[in-house]
Design a protein around this ligand. Structure first.
Ligand SMILES: Nc1ncnc2c1ncn2[C@@H]1O[C@H](COP(=O)(O)OP(=O)(O)OP(=O)(O)O)[C@@H](O)[C@H]1O
Length: 297
């Protein structure tokens, strides 16, 4: 079943086009990640698909419903700016918000939820004394109240320390195992790559690229750089004698860098090196990271 179905969604603020005809589907049980630079439109997209902001045009269908009021209680949202009750203690706050959402958890289970987001020891502290990261974590916990089918998290790990980010990633994976659909955003491609089944790269309100992390990498995989270590070092003249598809890039220290269209050329290159009498120690393909794709988009 399709959980999120968006067609040609446009959002304008006066003359400024923040979302420019976005079409996207997210399937039930999928973890979908949106990445984009500051101002790309990630938060506006979340605000619009959750009904916080009115759309300018397009069609939004969430959990099979065009009328978002009918499915609001099946969505859990962690917004970019959290609205927390500063003078409430952490667990009390969750319990209070949970009761508003008809959450059936026991006191003990609210404590477990705090533990799941990495706030196990902070439940009795007032929210006003929470750090930025702790506020983020309790906002994530708040998005899980009421057992929603679709969980939408705006930058859940930005500003968290690595250990906390890992914990949140584990939690998101566990939510998926429970059958939930998760839509999240991040600036951090590394994060998105580790966690998402599919990724959309958002730029100036448009989806520039869409696919699995692997697909996005392969799409840009026209050229592969090889770092080759031999003794003596491989010179440009040696490379010029190889197949014409093998291009000399540069020599740097003990490495010579070549560019090829495909890894299929690696056996030919190693044979040519061995036949020339040089000692071959290493051929390392340098595949483009998702980060590089993002930067080049
Ligand atoms: N209420 C608003 N009024 C006018 N312009 C807005 C409003 N909200 C967002 N924008 C503009 O819409 C564009 C998209 O902003 P948005 O906050 O959605 O980006 P973002 O990808 O979430 O960025 P960030 O990572 O910085 O949060 C930006 O150019 C922003 O200035």
């Amino acid at each position: 079943m399709t959980t999120v179905h968006i067609e040609e969604l446009t959002k304008k603020f006066g003359g400024k086009v923040a979302l420019d005809g976005i079409s996207l589907t997210v399937e039930e049980g999928e973890i979908f990640g949106f990445v984009g630079h500051n101002g790309a439109g990630k938060s506006t997209f979340i605000h619009t698909i959750t009904g916080v902001l009115p759309k300018s045009s397009g069609k939004i269908t969430m959990l099979g419903e065009e009328n978002l009021d009918n499915v609001k209680d099946r969505m859990g949202v962690m917004p970019d700016t959290a609205n927390l009750y500063e003078y409430m203690k952490g667990v009390k706050f969750l319990k209070f918000m949970g009761e508003l959402k008809d959450d059936k958890r026991t006191k003990r289970e609210y404590v477990s939820l705090m533990e799941a987001v990495g706030l196990g020891a902070e439940g009795d502290k007032k929210i006003k004394d929470y750090s930025f990261g702790m506020r983020k974590k309790i906002s994530i916990a708040q998005a899980l109240l009421g057992d929603p089918d679709l969980i939408i998290l705006d930058e859940p790990t930005s500003g968290l320390d690595p250990e906390s980010s890992i914990k949140i990633r584990q939690l998101v994976k566990q939510l998926q195992q429970e059958g939930k659909t998760v839509f999240l955003t991040s600036h951090n491609l590394d994060e998105i790559e580790k966690i998402s089944d599919r990724v959309g790269i958002l730029k100036e309100g448009r989806i520039e690229k869409l696919g699995t992390p692997e697909e996005l990498k392969n799409e840009k995989q026209e050229k592969i750089t090889l770092a080759i270590r031999t003794t003596p070092a491989l010179e440009k003249e040696d490379v010029d004698q190889m197949k014409k598809e093998v291009v000399f890039l540069q020599k740097e220290g003990v490495y010579t860098w070549l560019e090829v269209d495909s890894e299929r050329l690696v056996p030919d290159i190693s044979k040519a090196i061995i036949d020339s009498g040089k000692q071959l120690y290493e051929i390392t393909p340098k595949k483009e990271s998702l980060e590089d794709i993002f930067i080049n988009t």
